[in-house]
Design a protein around this ligand. Structure first.
Ligand SMILES: [Zn+2]
Length: 451
């Protein structure tokens, strides 16, 4: 029996919220109805009822920014382990980034990732190809119904995909018809900051100075440059992981369908401040660096008002041993795909924004922004990607709960009052009460109609 009734929960469809039931038939949602339907409409011979009273029933989250490390960096995580971490966190679809080994900067490297995911991914998947100074022709020839967009590092990050040729940037921004997702930090400002911090500390720049090395000015300058180039060329720009109050002046609230320029932030910029980097021994060191309390407050407000369109994780697992050292030697990035949805719901429960806002930033907005077909909402005819979240007595996140291969989380010790109880991927209950069901290979490639 492949038909289910998720019955009597608080249903957040993405369009509306009410006490009701989600009817799943096979891989799709057949109906979303108020209350609990009676047996005359849905016979128990054909439909299995799952009691969801007291739960939140929402579209599976779509994480449009993860680093699953596969291929080439699989000691940190791979497509199987990290997609399972996603599913354990109510995340049913992900877009993976191109800074793997080899980098996803050719069509064949991209095809290889698609095949690997088809074999082992527990969640629905898509892969950003990455721009280099020399692969514009290859990227412009790709089938835009199978990619979310292209990723451009306008600054620097792990890997050497930095695009610093102005002619390449102009060509991509002028000619690519889909979403151009950028990592924006000014390499020249970071270099100058490094020199000045070195003159003070030598090679032992402390972890606590990471946000001065990768400074707010480095972010503002690169983001402003990307926005200006998009305005000039008409490109559809999406700035990833915003970290500063300063950059927010470049973005405004509104419906994502009507925007040419959109942006993302990540839960860790809404939870932590710069002091956490030293306090956690480098666990929260990431790029762009986590800034200060006033930035955190401004980002929370922008998530509430919609100047920030999407919340995604930048899930970037590293071995714990790779996280120790100083601002120059500790690796940057942290795992978070498993806890992003409950952490965001917690921030909502603490009064920062509504539950509807969490659903919009994590489920519906990514689907609308990238034009994902048939996902992001609980609507008849849509794929049955559903997260069922149970409010619960406060508990502490521990490293033992971590599904990611790296085995640690920056959120260890944080108290939550929400648990992801069930995760449905294309009508298959892949996660329930702390257990995976791998008996069905339910994940599918995402398709896009935004272009
Ligand atoms: Zn990233």
């Amino acid at each position: 029996m492949n038909n289910f009734i998720l019955a009597g929960g608080m249903v957040y469809t993405g369009d509306d919220a009410f006490t009701g039931s989600v009817i799943i038939e096979g891989e799709k949602i057949a109906a979303v109805v108020p209350g609990i339907p009676d047996e005359s409409a849905y016979s128990p011979d054909r439909y299995q009822t799952i009691d969801c009273r007291g739960r939140m029933v929402m579209p599976g989250a779509i994480d449009e920014h993860v680093h699953f490390r596969d291929p080439g960096l699989t000691e940190k995580g791979d497509m199987a382990t990290e997609s399972r971490a996603a599913v354990a966190g109510g995340v049913t679809s992900f877009f993976d980034m191109p800074n793997t080994r080899p980098q996803t900067t050719t069509r064949s490297a991209w095809e290889a990732k698609m095949s690997r995911a088809a074999e082992v991914s527990a969640a629905n998947y898509a892969f950003f190809p990455g721009a280099t100074n020399s692969n514009a022709s290859e990227l412009l020839a790709m089938d835009t119904s199978r990619i979310p967009g292209i990723k451009v590092f306008m600054g620097s990050s792990t890997g050497d995909m930095l695009v610093d040729s102005n002619s390449t940037l102009s060509r991509l921004f002028s000619e690519f018809k889909g979403v151009i997702a950028v990592h924006a930090e000014s390499e020249s400002i970071i270099r100058a900051n490094t020199e000045s911090l070195r003159s003070r500390y030598g090679d032992e720049i402390p972890l606590g100075a990471h946000h001065l090395l990768r400074s707010r000015r480095a972010c503002l300058e690169a983001t402003a440059k990307a926005v200006e180039l998009a305005r000039h060329t008409g490109a559809r720009l999406h700035v990833m992981h915003l970290t500063t109050a300063d950059e927010l002046a470049l973005f405004s609230p509104g419906q994502v369908e009507n925007k040419q320029i959109t942006c993302e932030t990540c839960p860790h910029y809404l939870v932590f401040t710069a002091d956490s980097v030293e306090a956690t021994g480098g666990l929260t060191k990431c790029n762009p660096a986590i800034k200060e309390e006033e930035d955190r407050r401004a980002l929370l407000r922008a998530v509430r008002l919609g100047a920030i369109d999407v919340v995604a994780t930048d899930h970037a697992p590293h071995l714990r041993s790779q996280k120790s050292g100083n601002a120059l030697t500790a690796t940057s990035g942290m795992p978070s795909v498993q806890f992003s949805l409950p952490v965001m719901l917690q921030l909502a429960a603490e009064g920062n924004f509504s539950y509807d806002t969490v659903v919009e930033r994590m489920c519906t907005a990514p689907a609308r922004l990238f034009g994902i077909e048939g996902r992001g909402f609980l609507r008849p005819g849509y794929w049955a990607d559903v997260a069922v979240v149970a409010p619960c007595a406060p508990y502490e996140i521990t490293d033992e709960m971590v599904v990611s291969r790296c085995g640690w989380t920056p959120y260890a010790g944080k108290r939550l009052e929400f648990k992801v109880e069930q995760t449905w991927v294309n009508g298959h209950c892949a996660w329930r009460d702390g257990r995976f069901d791998d008996s069905v290979h339910a994940a599918r490639p995402l398709t896009f109609n935004n272009h």
